[in-house]
Design a protein around this ligand. Sequence first.
Ligand SMILES: *Cc1c(COP(=O)(O)O)cnc(C)c1O
Length: 338
Amino acid sequence: MAYIILNKNHLFNNLDIISKSTKTRDKIALVLKDNAYGHGLLEIALMAKEYGIKRAVVRTSKEAEAVEDFFEYILVLAEVPILASDKIRYTINDIKSIDKFPTGTKVELKVDTGMHRNGIDMSRLKEAFIKIKDAGLLLEAVFTHYRSADELTSEWFWQKENFKKVKEISRMLADELGFDALRFHSSNSAALFREGSFDEDMARVGIAAYGCLELPKALCVDGFKPVLSLWADKISSRELKQGERVGYGGDFKATKDCIISNYNFGYGDGFFRVCADGYKTPKGIKIVGRISMDNSSFITSDEKLLIFDDARVVAKYAKTIGYEILTSLKPEIERRVI
Ligand SMILES: *Cc1c(COP(=O)(O)O)cnc(C)c1O
């Protein structure tokens, strides 16, 4: 199998940049969903704790449970509660789901300000607040998610305006219904850096912490360093004579005599098969033939192969985004922290 190296200095460097924008580490809620974007949930949680991150955002209760000891606050984005824990908050994504939450659950209300994916409709805020009160839930925060924070359009401003209205109405409703003061949050990585002066209670930061933020040039933020690199060990080497072919279907044909080696990784590890078409490693080493389940060949005889150290580069070959390259890496791959 391939192995992953996680660079702690790079993670801390990225968190330094992020905390300059949030002004304090306490307002960073590190997004750890999907195995910490493929990096390894426990490995990243441990480093984040060491850095002084107190808040985490996850997708499931299972993830929340796994990192409960590392953080003071955990927000679950997409599950109705199955754990009784003082640290864990659950998201209300739909007005109809309010009845499913046990009395006393700490909840955060997601509001749809224009993405039209999850969250209650802005026009139904009052109804949601009343239902939450009747159900005896502890509403702590109201939040939203932007659909275009990473795009150079005015859409983000429009959604921000909508959320501003949501905040005003929510404050009034909280007063009226006797809720405690609410927290508000809306920024993912892209929105945080678009925001000249961040003034919310928390930012939900994922991809920037992992060093793979992708923004148009005009919105670009310098200094982030990818945390994850993927490596593999050599299984075998051989001399290939001119005209000989490699791998399934013999897709690659040697135009001259060369040495090739086969490495212990493939699409079974979560590396995209489509990358066989022209992929070169950061050292410029060419892939040859098809990517097999657990084997891939390159024109080199190196013992260890650095496959990639920036998921965004691989993403270009696979016509996707860095997020997909990272989250495709199998949890079984060994993670080593340096
Ligand atoms: C995934 C996610 C984030 C983090 O987004 P990044 O672009 O990785 O910073 C923030 N908020 C919500 C609701 C998410 O689902």
